[in-house]
Ligand binder design. Structure first.
Ligand code: FCB
Length: 465
């Protein structure tokens, strides 16, 4: 791992008040990555339980069976969050905990669990921000075709209505989907995430059905509670061509359409960006009469999740997209344990990029963070690189906000170290270190900084080595 993150001493002072009084400050998590308790309290298997049980799918064959045991440890974890002065907590619901078979029988134990979690947040003065779907589809639905089966629109509607009715009296901030580009692309096209399917035949219908579900979920939540703030989240990366050449510009345009526009534009009523993604034209065969009216939904906020930027070059040999991403290592720039370039301006560009869509009411950064090789030494984790990363990205959020971008929240990914999907437990993203043997939590220095920043004790951007 190279350590070339530039220190932040020359940057302007980071001060929470500069972001405004209504700015939401939080941490983000997802059910499968932290809960554990994979087969207790009625929970049915999800695609991630099955995928991780197959040899060679996840590094070191890790799985989320126990993870951070958040299912049992949440009372202590919420107390810790409160002690750090973190006011907003984003977590996801496990569909197969609530509906073990995906549809039909409701698990009272599942409902009871999330009832207690939500109540506990509220008792501590922590606002719950709930994601309906963060990638853990019930396996029984995958057996019926999963996201590639159009019936998912009905399955998802049933699940959404259940959640809205069960928790909507207390949960006032919702996100429908987490990063549909990643769960369809990695799960149904590349096969590197659950359910491990490959190729266009599953991917293309999965994209369309996710677009329908994202809007339908929004409509259902709003119909249950018109006062709820309903959003959805998108992965996004600032895209640049490698060289100032027409072919690379065109390649960058295609990658931008795929990574940054494919799921957003239909939600805004703009349809799919097919002019820039000709190979996606086969999606038209899945668009049924009337779907044009079902794809848009007027979200109260759009969640953007940004970690890095991508540099793109034309590649004749790459089918369909005719583009390649040039890795950070090859370019000799700083990168994290995920091999993602550290590039704070990316978040600034993405905030501007999305704020150009006049129908977006507001933006919330629902994820941003970094994995570095942390070490716990004498009860301390001195994660200076994460601390620098967060400060530098936050500076760019503030810069965009001061230029008029409507960004009203920021959530660090993540509260705890957790199960990082196909990468297993090696990348640690938490503000809080987790010892997976003992379930001991240790607040890292970045977490101490975030605490001081949120409580306005850090007026100069924190400790700067
Ligand atoms: C995002 C995911 C989240 C986490 C971070 C690192 O793509 O939404 O679950 O894995 O990346």
């Amino acid at each position: 791992m190279i350590d070339t993150t530039t220190p932040v001493q020359d940057q302007p002072v980071l001060n929470k008040t500069a972001f405004g009084e209504d700015f939401a400050w939080g941490v983000a998590t997802a059910a499968y990555q932290i809960e554990g308790a994979h087969d207790t309290a009625d929970k049915g298997p999800s695609i991630w339980d099955v995928f991780t049980s197959r040899k060679g799918k996840v590094k070191q064959n890790h799985n989320g069976n126990f993870a951070c045991d958040f299912f049992n440890c949440y009372p202590g974890d919420l107390l810790l969050m409160q002690s750090m002065g973190i006011p907003d907590f984003r977590f996801s619901l496990s569909w197969s905990r609530l509906l073990p078979n995906g549809t039909g029988n409701v698990s009272r134990q599942g409902i009871g669990h999330y009832d207690r979690l939500v109540d506990n947040c509220l008792e501590l003065g922590i606002t719950p921000w709930v994601t309906l779907y963060h990638w853990d589809l019930p396996q029984s639905l995958e057996k019926k075709g999963g996201w590639a089966n159009r019936d998912i629109v009905d399955w998802f509607a049933e699940y959404t209505a259940l959640c809205g009715h069960a928790f909507g009296d207390r949960v006032k901030h919702w996100m429908v989907l987490n990063e549909p580009m990643v769960f369809t692309g990695a799960g149904y096209f590349l096969g590197v995430h659950a359910p491990g399917r490959r190729g266009f035949s599953s991917f293309i219908p999965a994209v369309h059905h996710a677009v329908l579900c994202q809007a339908e979920g929004g409509r259902i939540l709003k119909s249950i509670d018109t006062s709820a703030e309903v959003g959805t989240t998108f992965s996004c990366s600032h895209i640049e061509p490698l060289r100032q050449r027409e072919q690379d510009f065109q390649a960058a345009r295609r990658v931008d359409a795929l990574l940054n526009r494919l799921f957003l534009e239909p939600a805004l009523g703009l349809g799919y960006p097919l002019d820039d993604l000709k190979f996606m034209r086969r999606i038209e065969k899945y668009i049924m009469p009337g779907d044009e009216n079902k794809m848009p939904f007027d979200f109260d906020f759009i969640g953007i999740q940004n970690y890095t930027r991508e540099i793109v070059r034309h590649s004749f040999w790459t089918p369909f997209l005719r583009a390649n991403l040039v890795s950070a290592q090859k370019r000799g720039v700083p990168y994290t344990v995920m091999n993602w370039e550290v590039y704070p301006e990316s978040i600034y560009h993405m905030l501007h990029h999305y704020s150009q869509y006049s129908d977006i009411k507001k933006l919330v950064v629902t994820e941003n963070g970094a994995a570095f090789a942390d070490e716990l030494v004498d009860g301390e984790v001195n994660d200076q690189r994460r601390l620098d990363f967060l400060q530098r990205y936050l500076q760019q959020v503030l810069r965009a906000k001061q230029e008029g971008v409507k960004v009203d929240g920021y959530f660090v990914w993540s509260f705890l170290d957790n199960f990082e999907w196909a990468e297993g437990y090696t990348p640690r993203f938490g503000l809080v270190h987790v010892d997976y043997e003992t379930q001991q939590r240790t607040v890292k220095n970045s977490g101490l900084w975030y605490r001081d920043f949120l409580n306005e004790k850090a007026d100069s951007g924190g400790e700067r080595g």
